[in-house]
Design a protein around this ligand. Structure first.
Ligand SMILES: [Fe+2]
Ligand SMILES: [Fe+2]
Length: 235
């Protein structure tokens, strides 16, 4: 069993394969984490938003497409995927905590450091253990089919932290569409707030806050937590 980190695209089943797509995203994340480390606290919002836009749809597509397949395929799949889901849940909680802390708040740095550490740990667990196990059991055609399904879900998945919704189907699948719409509107509002014309900026802060409040209400609908393992519940 070889880590994905030691294999080239051909060995991973070609560009379409879910393994090559996973590794490409993990490499992008590594670059963004380096950029974050080199950015002063007061200017980190932009790079953080790019990290969220990468990791949340990526993890959502894992939780809704890949991990259910792994649980069916491997005898120890439930334990292996639960560990990853717990890491994802921690990321959701840390990002939610971070969003409530100003750049000069002394509580911010330890949260940020834990977030970076958990993100790196998640990549290592997937590349060194979980995904090589998938590679052992699945043929190239299957890896490519999962690659396409994973990519389709990733492109329409939520882009923000949602610690309350289930990390498993059916709750996360039900939550995907409404939260994805709200998250992507909020991404637009935040981006325009940062880069748009000066006169529209004051209007956009309350719009962004309103979308966040609405997303929190949607998260708390009972349907959205169905299928959740108790250890990843934020009750
Ligand atoms: Fe991943
Ligand atoms: Fe992950």
């Amino acid at each position: 069993m070889r880590s994905l980190a030691e294999q080239d695209v051909t060995g991973l089943g070609g560009r379409v394969s879910v393994l090559a797509r996973q590794k490409a995203d993990h490499v992008r994340l590594d670059a963004l984490l380096h950029e974050l480390g080199a950015t002063p606290a007061a200017e980190q919002d932009d790079v953080l938003r790019r990290i969220y836009r990468l990791v949340f749809p990526h993890a959502f597509a894992e939780e809704s497409v890949l991990w259910p397949a792994l649980r069916r395929l491997l005898a120890d799949g439930p334990a292996l995927t639960l560990q990853i889901e717990q890491e994802h849940q921690r990321v959701n909680e840390l990002v939610t905590a971070l969003e409530g802390l100003a750049p000069d708040d002394p509580r911010r740095q330890p949260v940020l450091e834990e977030l970076v550490a958990v993100l790196r740990e998640d990549v290592r667990d997937e590349e060194d253990q979980l995904l090589p196990r998938l590679q052992e059991r699945a043929g190239t055609a299957q890896l490519r089919a999962w690659g396409v399904a994973w990519e389709v879900v990733r492109r329409v998945a939520p882009t923000r932290a949602h610690p309350v919704v289930a990390r498993r189907p059916p709750g996360n699948v039900v939550a995907a569409l409404p939260l994805s719409v709200l998250d992507r509107l909020r991404d637009l509002a935040d981006l325009a707030q940062q880069r748009g014309p000066g006169r529209v900026r004051p209007v956009l802060a309350p719009v962004s806050r309103g979308l966040t409040a609405l997303a929190h209400r949607v998260e708390h609908l009972p349907l959205m937590t169905r299928g959740e393992d108790p250890s990843t519940s934020r009750a």
